[in-house]
Design a protein around this ligand. Sequence first.
Ligand SMILES: Cc1cc2nc3c(=O)[nH]c(=O)nc-3n(C[C@H](O)[C@H](O)[C@H](O)COP(=O)(O)O)c2cc1C
Length: 328
Amino acid sequence: MRIGAWSLDPPVFLAPMAGVSNRAFRVLARAEGARLCTTEMVSAKALVLGGARSFAIAELEPGEHPVAVQIAGSDPAVMAEAARLVERMGADIVDINMGCPVPKVVRNGDGSALLTDPAKAEAVARAVVEAVRIPVTVKMRAGWDGEHITAPEVAERLEAAGVQAVAVHARTREDRYAGPVNWEYIRRVKERVSIPVIGNGDVDSPAAALRVLEETGADGVMIGRAALGDPWIFRRLVHVWQHGMDPPPPDADERAAMARAHLDRLIALRGEGPAVREMRKHLAWYLRGVPGSSGLRARTATVSTRAEALELIEAWRERARDEAPVWN
Ligand SMILES: Cc1cc2nc3c(=O)[nH]c(=O)nc-3n(C[C@H](O)[C@H](O)[C@H](O)COP(=O)(O)O)c2cc1C
């Protein structure tokens, strides 16, 4: 699959996740095989106003290419300006958020609210496409609710505006993150456009990835929550893609090394205190499914220094090594 000059094979991508898909996590996902990673969403307005936190979100790791920076907003001029900024900061692709369901976002007409106004979605995309030389992509949901599945129409308009790929999270805004995903929505978008369509939503294993591709005709898959505490999912996907079989899961030593690397990258980014607090949720995710981890999982909520986090990682590495690896 291609986006602009980028050849993205195997087409296995890390989803944008606020609070997760920062530089530290993207580097780990990429090393495991994610061919394209997208940043956390950044408010176009905040970027244009020069907000330091927004700039930090859009900052890239040296050598981290290709990478997409996701901007959110619905004012075409502001979105165009934000797109120019992220292009200057080194983004390879600008991704527009048309999926965020959060009330604070949709109240402004941003995120998934754009799906209720296909003409406006098109105008935003056109303004961004005209503002930059790099490719523009869009991540969207299926529509606002089950009665309004606008993604196929919106996608058609986006293609006409010059958007080079769309990722479809196969849920509506009303579904939020719960309820069954309906991959049929992805197929309906795929039927309407000739640009690449990336399938997203509950793809949690290589088998699920192959199923979504087969059922929808999608050109690639995007993984979000299944990568939490499990960046190896990309390696498994690549392996299945290339060799047709699922490799063995990571052993205790690999899991511990990954958690340590994640911790240290976050510390380099934020400083020890904030990084360790942010790392608590990741430690709990890394421990998911590890035999005998329940006592240790409770401890993840209280670590506050690098030394405590390392001690915890070492404790579960030793326990896990003594038990059969039943992860995944
Ligand atoms: C914690 C979290 C943060 C997210 N943040 C974003 C975001 O910033 N931009 C976006 O387009 N989608 C965001 N999403 C949605 C995901 O990209 C993805 O579409 C969704 O989780 C479904 O895919 P999955 O089942 O593989 O997780 C977020 C999801 C989660 C769980």
